[in-house]
Write a protein that binds this ligand. Structure first.
Ligand code: 5GP
Length: 208
């Protein structure tokens, strides 16, 4: 069963190193109309991460309970941990016509599309394998074997890109951000969205 809401649900997925987080962060800095959803995860906090800001950090038992209570609209195993989007985090906002952006993995994205037929799935691609490897190495966060694992995972993840609605190739960051803003803007210009947002204008023009 799919559910439709007046708000837009944007889902951005990409293998690690493609710049997904930076793109979503930059979008939210320039567009106050898009709110993030804070996921739950069983992984431990890293560095400066704070509970309730980057993620809600929960143990396996708490995650199991939420799964049993059907509290997630999607969840998946990613890199050995579980991550999920809570219903509570998004439904109220999109039901009121607000936009939400989810930064999740491809498995979660496809679950969202099944539940929310109008969700907009966006896949971010690197410009090339060489560039993806170079970015992972430049980050300096991972050991060489972890980088190899991420690249191997990326090969499988990229096979999913064809199931998404939009593709952004993140070669030049500003261009990729422009592409993301354009997708968001275009959704807001859809007939149904305009009719809702500009009800008085439509009425004055006698448009049903
Ligand atoms: P990280 O642990 O590096 O923050 O995230 C690892 C991966 O999990 C990223 O690809 C991220 O997008 C994904 N992820 C984060 N939150 C969720 C979620 O709620 N659901 C799913 N399916 N994936 C998520």
């Amino acid at each position: 069963m799919t559910t439709d809401y007046p708000g837009n649900l944007f889902v951005v997925a990409a293998p690690s190193g493609c710049g997904k987080s930076s793109l979503v962060k930059a979008l939210m800095e320039v567009d106050a109309g898009v709110a993030p959803s804070i996921s739950h995860t069983t992984r431990a906090p890293r560095g400066q991460e704070k509970d309730g800001r980057e993620y809600f950090f929960v143990d396996n038992a708490a995650f199991d309970r939420m799964v049993a209570e059907d509290a997630f609209v999607e969840w998946a195993h990613v890199h050995g941990n579980r991550y999920g989007t809570s219903r509570q985090g998004i439904e109220a906002r999109i039901a009121q016509g607000g936009d939400v952006v989810l930064e999740i993995d491809w498995q979660g994205a496809l679950q969202i599309k099944q539940r929310f037929g109008n969700a907009i799935l966006i896949f971010v691609l690197p410009p090339s394998w060489e560039e993806l490897r170079a970015r992972l190495e430049r980050r300096g966060e991972d050991a060489p074997e972890v980088i190899e694992m991420r690249l191997n995972n990326a090969r499988e993840e990229l096979e999913q890109a064809g199931k998404f609605d939009f593709v952004i190739i993140n070669e030049v960051f500003e261009r990729a951000l422009f592409d993301l803003k354009t997708i968001v803007h275009a959704q807001r210009l859809r007939y149904s969205a305009q009719r809702r947002a500009r009800a008085a204008t439509f009425q004055a023009l006698n448009i049903a």
